[in-house]
Design a protein around this ligand. Sequence first.
Ligand code: PGA
Length: 256
Amino acid sequence: MAEVVIVGSVDAAGEVAADAIEQLVLRKPRAVLGLATGSTPLTTWRALAARNLDLSEVRGFALDEYVGLPAGHPESYRSVITREVVEPLGLTPSLVRVPADDGPIETAGVDYEAAIEEAGGIDLQILGIGRTGHIGFNEPGSSFASLTRMKTLTEQTRRDNARFFDSPEQVPLHCITQGLGTIMRARHLVLLAFGEAKASALAGAVEGPLTASLPGSVIQLHPQVTVIVDEAAASELVYADYYRYAWKNRLAWEQI
Ligand code: PGA
């Protein structure tokens, strides 16, 4: 079962996620991180940046990228990852990959999988969850075995992401995303969710039936998952009291 950590604020969640990354990097300076974009991981990056760790040897793989934006568009995930992760954390730009950033789109999925494998696999994957239950851009119906490939974004996701663009029509229709199978190969999943709008998807992912209709539910099959949520996102969890009790009584040697 996932370790579910219910915290009092989005900032506190960022500190817990940063603890997990810090513990990893201290024991493995060349760690491989799976990097998420969107609003959710921002406090994690901020908390990590404040710790002034040497992350210059860390390798990174973004979860996903829009397809169809002009190169250098400020909302392309390449630009977002550079601005919000690489620069503030002091990562080495050449060690950070984004799907389809190198070579033709037709073979980008296969190329990305090969690059992840060559790096030794992802040690820790940061994840958000969409209101559709997507992780990465794996929208409902995505196979639990899927690998990096192109997908069509749902209307809901395009509406949710319209806030980053001048108008909703500018949100691309297509994306390339690590698959659920790719995400499942990461050694540790850290999923963050905040706010009431995420409560239903989060409860479905953590406690609901396993179903491709709620792609995040695949995390129930993973042996090491940490779910970090605020009270609002936790509001539909049936076993919230147990998660609080387990976290409060965790043993000193237990790593996040
Ligand atoms: P958000 O998106 O962090 O911007 O809420 C999460 C997601 O859609 O996966």
